[in-house]
Design a protein around this ligand. Structure first.
Ligand SMILES: O=P(O)(O)OC[C@H]1O[C@H](O)[C@H](O)[C@@H](O)[C@@H]1O
Length: 301
């Protein structure tokens, strides 16, 4: 569908318009009385979210590369239908294919409270069918209001169960990594993926002073990014998610990735709402599974 067609069918004045974005990617540009957001149709990738009168909540690298088939560094990449490396085939892309394929717009609406709602559907192709030979569908429902709500819907349309791994791999904008800590995981077990994977238990809040790559298991608590620099707390609430991933690549890994920029890692932290590793989900034939993340901001002053 062309941008003109998208605008004709799905634009809503005062809420949603479709534009050509960086790298030629088609973007849903959301601006309402509560917030602004931009969402690339490739990956149904929420790239930005900024409530009115606030600093951005979501981090998008200044050095992100925007190109067809490439994952964008920042925003809310959708990891689906597996998280991390594929369980049996190392040649398949890490975090699945949802973040690099096209999604289509299925629905838009203006909500009574002033928020904007968009629903996207993953468009399958020969490559996705070869990598994921299950009759299924993925949809992403995004509500842009005072809070950002993202709901990832998986349906099993076949006649055998399948095992799903998933994450909303959200990058958050913070003042500086030294001025933030993450609360909500005290006492929780995690897999520490820095070096050989080991199982550990979290004590207290998470402070980041070097590379961190952890999958917290069996938790559905709200997580809080306490940012003393911005004097705010980002609250991450979830539904039907049993894992939380915390990631900061730190200097050396960020430099190697080539899309963080100098010291880029200091202004971000990934706190991902997920079902991963021990918490993968079996979706039965005819069933649907909905994982939700809701991001809101509270003042620390
Ligand atoms: O570079 P990407 O494929 O986007 O992955 C970025 C990161 O995602 C997750 O947080 C994983 O736990 C990390 O191991 C990985 O490095």
């Amino acid at each position: 569908m062309t941008i003109a067609d998208l605008n004709q069918r799905f634009a809503i004045p005062g809420h949603i318009a479709f534009k050509e974005g960086p790298g030629g990617l088609v973007v849903a540009s959301v601006a309402n009385t509560l917030a602004e957001s931009s969402i690339a149709l490739q990956g149904a990738h929420v790239m930005t979210f900024q409530p009115r009168g606030q600093e951005p909540v979501i981090w998008l690298s200044k050095f992100a590369k925007f190109a067809p088939g490439k994952s964008i560094r920042g925003g809310v990449p959708v990891c689906w239908p597996w998280f991390g490396p594929h369980a049996t085939d190392a040649a398949l892309p890490g975090h699945g294919f949802a973040r690099t394929v096209m999604w289509q717009v299925l629905e838009t609406k203006a909500l009574a409270d002033g928020a904007s709602f968009l629903r996207f559907g993953l468009v399958e192709n020969d490559a996705t069918r070869a990598q994921w030979p299950h009759a299924s569908s993925a949809e992403l429902e995004v509500t842009v209001g005072a809070a950002l709500r993202v709901e990832l819907v998986t349906r099993n349309k076949g006649n055998a169960p399948f095992v799903l791994g998933e994450a909303l791999h959200t990058y958050f904008h913070i003042s500086d990594v030294a001025k933030m800590k993450i609360a909500g995981l005290d006492g929780c077990d995690y897999l520490d993926k820095v070096g050989p994977t080991t199982r550990k238990t979290q004590h207290g809040a998470i402070v980041i002073e070097s590379e961190v790559d952890r999958v917290y298991l069996d938790t559905s608590a709200d997580l809080l990014i306490e940012d003393s620099g911005l004097k705010r707390r980002i609250r991450i609430a979830s539904q039907s998610a049993r894992s939380a991933v915390v990631w900061n690549p730190w200097t050396e890994k960020a430099d190697k990735m080539g899309d963080f920029g100098p010291e880029g890692h200091r202004g971000m932290v990934c706190v991902e709402t997920a079902n991963a590793v021990d918490n993968v989900v079996t979706v039965q034939p005819g069933e649907e599974h909905r994982m939700v993340a809701i991001y809101s901001v509270e003042s620390l002053a």
